[in-house]
Design a protein. Structure first.
Lengths: 109, 455
């Protein structure tokens, strides 16, 4: 997995390329924590190029959503495939996250 | 499925064992490799790429982080069984196990904000079947093709997919892969054409040896190791037969193999062998013996005759490579009170009785490649439903030699006898657990064993 980070206005857009799983979840977490420490508050994590996420990956997203909430920030997830969406539905995490169809849609919010 | 509910899996085409170091960084690659090996299962690709990958990732990471408690000295073993319409993966760790039913439901509101605790839930949600062993340190995941399409697979043979990731098509390893494909073609043809195919495989071996002489050994050892695991066939499900087999190859490939062959009239043939050489040449001899043995055995021949044919087919090859092999072949059937066998220089096989006593199936001949034909054959008494047939290679007994100051053979027999009422696979688990813990007194060799019981 790798990710690219770009800034659109005050929002940080993270494009995840590859799987978000147990072996690499810390990379995403650490990067986001650094950005939070640096003052970033609004995040979009885009999964257009992600095949699958495991429970550790979901766990990292849950942890990040808590941190973001604590500082009154926002975290939106975008471009989930049908299967990824089902993962969030199965675990009821769709109720915890703001999920949007695309980065553009999320930015328009 | 066919009428009798059985489907022979083409030997060597599917099953795979991964023995993983306890490092989460290896999971993604192992999972991807496993998925590649499932191509012939004909399960909807999307479900393989998503459900299976997530389920397997969960199971392996659980095994590493919770089962093995992150201990870098421990390992995780993944056994993959691929059949048309079904993929099974067994993931075992070396931990003390846990109770999967005591994991809280991650969907409950009070658990929703937790960052852990979703792994087992996801496995269960995404796989068609998930079951843990009683100790709680191994889990089996099953993914099936949708029932609607399962019937449609009857017509076509599953494609053979022998691709090894990262393998240069011009390399010796690729040539072996080609020989393996020839092997599967071999099985499909009439007996008369078999010799020509064998000839082609032998020719591949000759070319291979020339290339081997030019070097590049270590990479090839690694690939030969892969190859050995790919060659070992799954145990076919045969009515009235309960069998299990295991191989733990060394890095250098000692040339151990086994084969359980379904024969006509409900009979079954069990073969175990050990090629004297190492690396690719040993692996190719192994492939040749296995393919030829299957053909001859299925023609219904008696053990001594099968050995005779085999000797004729590969004898020259053995002589020119100065290799030899020990080979034990037994034929038995559910309900039949005897076993016929030929043992060419292999360590004694044993029948372990219901009283725990063991009877020895002595060698009837010297190893193939050393002795002369014809081969002898013996028949021994067998109590269906009670006796266990036990075959192993010297890699296993040598490894156990000196444990509790007894010979390796005594160790094996004691363990099997003490656990004779258990399932063959469980007995093998115990044996291999012991052998892994034993401190080797001589250089490591492949360790292999087969245990079987009939109704």
């Amino acid at each position: 997995m790798s990710f690219t980070v770009r800034r659109v206005g005050s929002t940080l857009v993270v494009d995840v390329d590859g799987q978000l799983i147990v072996g690499n979840r810390h990379e995403l977490k650490e990067m986001m924590h650094e950005e939070l420490a640096g003052g970033a508050r609004h995040f979009i994590v885009d999964f257009a190029r992600t095949g699958y996420i495991d429970s550790s990956g979901l766990g990292v997203l849950v942890g990040l959503s808590k941190r973001v909430r604590e500082v009154d920030g926002t975290l939106q997830l975008t471009s989930l495939s049908h299967d990824l969406m089902r993962l969030f539905e199965l675990t009821k995490l769709d109720t915890l996250f703001t999920i949007r169809g695309s980065v553009e849609e999320a930015l328009a919010d | 499925m066919s009428a009798d509910g059985l489907r022979r899996t083409p030997a060597g085409a599917g099953d795979l064992v991964f023995d993983l170091p306890n490092r989460i960084g290896v999971i993604e690659e192992a999972v991807d490799h496993a998925v590649e090996c499932c191509a012939r299962a004909r399960i909807e690709k999307r479900r393989l790429l998503f459900n299976f990958r997530v389920g397997l990732t969960e199971a392996i990471s659980n095994a590493m982080l919770f089962g093995n408690e992150g201990d870098p000295e421990k390992r995780v073993r993944v056994d993959l069984e691929v059949e048309p319409g079904e993929v099974r993966a067994r993931i075992a760790d070396e931990g003390r196990g846990f109770d999967p039913d005591r994991v809280p439901d991650p969907r409950l509101p009070e658990n929703l904000m937790r960052s852990d605790g979703r792994g087992i839930f996801l496995m269960r949600a995404l796989m068609d079947d998930v079951h843990f062993n009683s100790a709680g340190n191994a889990v089996t995941l099953v993914l099936r093709d949708d029932a609607g399409r399962a019937g449609g697979m009857e017509d076509a043979d599953p494609p053979f997919d022998f691709a090894i990731p990262g393998l240069d098509p011009a390399s010796p390893a690729a040539r072996i892969v080609a020989a393996m494909v020839a092997r599967s073609a071999l099985l499909a043809r009439e007996a008369e054409t078999n010799r020509a195919e064998l000839g082609a495989a032998l020719e591949a071996n000759r070319r291979l040896r020339e290339e081997m002489a030019r070097g590049q050994e270590s990479r090839e050892m690694e690939l030969a190791h892969d190859l050995q695991l790919k060659l070992l066939p799954p145990i076919p499900r045969i009515p009235g037969i309960e069998a299990a087999a295991r191989v733990v190859p060394t890095a250098s490939v000692g040339g151990d193999f086994y084969q359980v062959i379904q024969l006509s009239r409900g009979r079954v043939g069990i073969m175990i062998g050990d090629v004297s050489g190492h690396g690719f040449p040993a692996a190719l001899i192994m492939a040749l013996v296995m393919s030829a043995a299957e053909i001859y055995a299925e023609q219904g021949a008696a053990p001594a005759t099968v050995m005779q044919y085999l000797d004729r087919a590969i004898g020259d090859e053995l002589q020119s490579t100065e290799m030899y092999l020990s080979l034990c072949y037994c034929v038995l059937a559910p309900g039949r009170p005897e076993i016929a066998y030929t043992n060419a220089g292999h360590p004694s096989a044993f029948i372990v009785g219901s009283d725990g006593g063991a009877r020895r199936l002595f060698a009837t001949d010297p190893p193939m490649g050393i002795g002369e034909t014809p081969y002898g054959e013996s028949t021994v008494r067998w109590s269906p439903g009670e006796d266990l047939l036990l075959l192993f290679t010297d890699g296993l007994s040598d490894r156990l030699a000196g444990v509790r100051r007894s010979s390796g053979e005594e160790q094996i027999l004691r363990t099997v006898a003490a656990n004779r009422d258990r399932a063959p696979g469980d007995i093998l688990d115990l044996l291999f657990e012991m052998s892994r813990e034993a401190v080797p007194s001589i250089p490591a060799d492949d360790r292999t064993a087969v245990i079987l019981r009939t109704a």
